[in-house]
Design a protein around this ligand. Structure first.
Ligand SMILES: Nc1nc2c(c(=O)[nH]1)N[C@H]1C(S)=C(S)[C@@H](COP(=O)(O)OP(=O)(O)OC[C@H]3O[C@@H](n4cnc5c(=O)[nH]c(N)nc54)[C@H](O)[C@@H]3O)O[C@H]1N2
Ligand SMILES: Nc1nc2c(c(=O)[nH]1)N[C@H]1C(S)=C(S)[C@@H](COP(=O)(O)OP(=O)(O)OC[C@H]3O[C@@H](n4cnc5c(=O)[nH]c(N)nc54)[C@H](O)[C@@H]3O)O[C@H]1N2
Ligand code: SF4
Ligand SMILES: [Mo]
Length: 743
């Protein structure tokens, strides 16, 4: 007998609602949920393969514990005993910084990943935190921190209403969007064009997104900050700056005008390889559009000037009056956001409060660069202890971070490592304990992170579609028990972690004058919480305290978990609305247009006007049926055009004697790899492209399909030394490489 169940898709940032078909406890089908308030039936090939991803026979079913050098199946009790015995002595002997924590991308796609790592970090007190953010969007956090005083206040392009979208270094037709949660991003771009709007794409590759555009600019990789600075310069020079409603909220306009004065289109054109006249046209089009949004993603962040480019994206939105207005770029208001405080000056955003031990990289948002993880493990200094134990949650840095070979070796040298991961892969194979979460069908879902980045305010929650299989442990419980084990409370009831957070959060809320529960008794409030378990009670609390919440009875029509459960397809909370000045947390209480760290970094960009790469440079790419490093084990999602090949322009191929399909050797500062060439004019001259997340040929993994067609690890070409200095973000694009036929 088959049945259906609803499940929000966790496989990318679009968060589509799925209707799963379930036979017994097996997911046998997935289709788009047409009644989903947000995704309205959209699904992509990855979502359609939910059953295959969920039911992969290589997923681990029980914990693994290393004994006599080998990972063997163990009970949960044995596994957590081993974690406590492995981590505590390191903390006690060398201090908390000797324990590293690595948080990978899927943490933003799970309830557990949103709710527990913050408690684990607070309890452990380590500064050795590394996450996927520093191989991704950290530059955007830093620019938002500097401009708005809040690293998480990221404006989102109003896709449904804008008249003009300037899209930089993003390929949503393959990625389905990022830092812009929009189910059916492709459909939204087509709708933009259908209503007479225009789409401009800046990308060194002629991507599927670029082919949809009215204008595609094949910029030289890494030069976007120059292009954007020149557009700002043109807006000032031609009197096109018009802040509109924003004027009252902005400071530093005159200083900004001076700062960009020497980034003329003529001065940047050679480095960008974009015509000066075209730069002027882009600026004029942006200013002339009734509404417009500039949006930048991976190609604008994972480059040497990532923070400057991310800052300039919002500078252009501000200079054209498009920030915080419908059709422009707005700040979403999520249902689990904290109760909005009244507008006014805040604490501001600080960088470099501490530094990494070996290369003295500044922290950003409490994190150190993932690029520095290997050296923080393998290099002794007088500054302090190296990392001797590691906690990795949903992370595969051996493939996703620069110089995987060095990290691979470093992980092998640790005193102790624990991985929370469903697979035995390139990273978790080094663990002493592997704690496998259940597959997504057995897990609840709510998008704590992506609702703060969504193009429409809405809220949805799905309970597990399939009951927890015997012997499985919910990922929330795994992370709660892990938290207890590493903070010296091994064996305590895992609900203690949730009770602690609930007690602290409510205790704080009742003291805040602007909170709907101001002055009430936290214990009385806690007794009102509903839900079947700790995570549900915490979701209930956040919804009720949040901007749409019932305020624990103050607004009877407001949101609560019970109310949300009555709407299995979600609740629509309306289009994005202007919110300024409320989101601002700068010390001035205004948007600080030209913050000092940006001023200090601009000379570097000035020098970049003279830079021209001598040889080829490398960029990445994503395939619609991929997801970073962990979906190559699903046969339904591999093969066809989803291959680990080197894209190279026909003219470069001919000059180098590279034939289509032949093997080419690509060499970078960190090493070399050999992969088949695909000669295509889909990349511009001077640029080659390899996808990331491949290289599944290391021994000791359990990835039967992926290891049969392993591909190569593009990140081996990097040595980890190239970073965006303000954010510590790895430079993954625009990296110099040598290319030659392999024979
Ligand atoms: N060259 C190059 N490198 C890149 C990029 C690039 O564009 N170019 N992109 C970068 C970006 S944007 C990112 S986000 C990073 C991603 O890099 P990582 O953060 O390492 O993420 P993934 O590669 O997705 O690997 C995720 C891990 O989580 C596990 N996992 C899957 N589902 C779950 C789950 O539900 N729970 C738990 N606990 N674990 C789970 C997987 O088995 C895998 O081991 O890669 C970066 N690396
Ligand atoms: N199918 C699929 N979807 C995914 C993922 C996946 O692996 N596969 N990963 C998810 C994750 S973790 C993320 S962060 C998002 C990323 O989402 P996107 O940013 O949309 O991802 P990409 O497809 O890598 O697009 C980046 C584009 O930047 C271009 N580029 C490279 N260098 C430069 C440059 O210097 N300047 C400019 N202007 N462009 C440049 C590349 O050619 C590429 O087309 O995707 C998410 N969705
Ligand atoms: S677009 Fe993303 S969220 Fe939607 S079905 Fe595909 S993978 Fe899932
Ligand atoms: Mo990412």
């Amino acid at each position: 007998m088959s049945r259906t169940a609803l499940r929000i898709c966790p496989l990318c940032e679009a968060t589509c609602g799925l209707t799963l078909t379930i036979d017994g406890t097996t997911v046998t089908g997935a289709r788009g949920d047409r009644d989903d308030v947000f995704s309205k039936g959209f699904i992509c090939p990855k979502g359609a393969s939910f059953g295959a991803v969920d039911g992969d026979p290589d997923r681990l079913r029980t914990p693994l514990v290393r004994r006599d050098g080998e990972l063997r199946e163990a009970t949960w009790e044995e596994a957590f005993d081993a974690v406590a015995a492995g981590i505590r002595p390191v903390v006690e002997r060398y201090g908390p910084n000797a324990v590293g924590v690595v948080l990978g991308n899927p943490n933003v796609h799970t309830v557990a990943g949103a709710l527990y790592p913050p408690v684990l970090l607070a309890g452990l007190g380590t500064r050795s935190l590394f996450t996927a953010s520093t191989v991704d969007q950290m530059p955007k956090h830093v620019s938002s921190g500097l401009l708005f005083g809040d690293a998480n206040a990221i404006p989102v392009p109003d896709l449904d209403h804008t008249d003009h979208l300037l899209l930089i270094g993003a390929n949503p037709l393959e990625s389905n969007g990022s830092l812009c949660t929009a189910p059916d991003f492709p459909g939204k771009l087509k709708a933009l064009k259908a209503r007479g709007g225009t789409l401009t794409v800046v990308d060194p590759r002629r991507t599927r997104t670029a082919r949809l555009a009215d204008r595609h600019i094949a910029i030289r990789p890494g030069a976007d900050a120059l292009l954007l600075a020149a557009m700002a310069q043109v807006l000032f020079e031609e009197g096109l700056v018009d802040l509109g409603e924003l004027t009252q909220h902005v400071q530093g306009l005159d200083e900004l005008r001076d700062a960009v004065r020497d980034f003329t289109p003529e001065a940047v054109a050679p480095a960008c390889d974009v015509d000066a006249a075209l730069v002027r046209t882009l600026a004029r089009e942006l200013a002339a559009a009734p509404t417009a949004a500039v949006y930048g993603r991976i190609g604008s962040c994972t480059v040497p000037y990532g923070t400057l480019a991310s800052w300039l994206v919002d500078v252009l939105n501000i200079l054209t009056g498009n920030l915080d207005r419908p059709g422009g770029a707005l700040f979403p208001q999520s249902a689990t956001d904290r109760t909005p405080r009244p507008a006014g000056p805040g604490h501001g955003f600080q960088l470099a409060r501490w530094h990494s031990r070996v290369s003295r990289h500044p922290e950003a948002k409490g994190e150190l660069p993932l690029s520095a993880l290997a050296e923080e493990i393998d290099t002794a200094t007088e500054e302090g202890e190296p990392i001797r134990a590691l906690i990795a949650v949903a992370a595969n840095p051996v493939l996703s971070a620069p110089d995987g070979d060095r990290l691979d070796k470093a992980l092998g040298s640790l005193d102790f490592m624990v991985s929370v991961d469903p697979y035995l892969n390139e990273t978790s194979r080094h663990a002493h304990v592997v704690l496998p979460p259940p597959p997504p069908s057995q897990s609840p879902h709510h998008d704590f992170a992506f609702n703060t980045l969504a193009v429409r305010n809405q809220v949805r929650y799905t309970r597990p579609a399939v009951p927890l299989e015997a012997g499985r442990m919910a990922e929330s419980e795994i992370l709660a028990r892990l938290t207890l084990a590493v903070t010296g409370m091994h064996g305590a009831d895992p609900s203690a972690v949730d009770d602690l957070v609930i007690g602290q959060t409510l205790g704080k809320a009742v003291r805040e004058p602007h909170s709907p529960v101001h002055g009430r008794d936290p214990q009385e409030l806690a007794a009102h919480l509903t839900g079947e378990n700790g995570p549900e009670r915490r979701l209930d609390m956040m919804l009720r305290l949040g901007p749409y919440g019932d305020g624990f009875g103050v607004r009877p029509d407001g949101l609560s978990l019970a109310g949300l459960l009555e709407h299995p397809h979600g609740i629509d909370l309306g289009p994005l609305q202007p919110r300024l000045p409320q989101p601002l947390k700068t010390r001035s209480g205004r948007i600080e247009l030209l913050p000092q760290p940006i001023v200090d970094d601009l000379p570097r960009l000035r020098r970049a006007r003279e830079e021209r790469p001598a040889g080829l440079v490398l960029v990445g790419r994503r395939h619609l049926r991929s997801n970073n490093s962990w979906m190559h084990n699903v046969p339904a999602l591999t093969g066809g055009t989803n291959r680990c090949t080197v894209h190279i322009h026909p003219e470069d191929a001919e000059r180098l004697g590279v034939r289509d399909g032949s093997a080419v050797r690509v060499k970078g500062a960190g090493g070399e790899v050999t992969a088949p060439a695909e000669v295509t004019d889909g990349v511009r001259r001077g640029v080659v492209s390899l996808p990331h997340g491949w290289g599944h040929d290391r021994p000791g993994t359990r990835l039967s399909h992926a290891s049969a067609d392993p591909g190569v690890n593009v990140n081996q070409l990097l040595d980890g030394s190239l970073l965006d200095p303000l954010s510590g973000n790895a430079v993954l694009n625009g990296v110099p490489v040598d290319v030659a036929p392999a024979d």
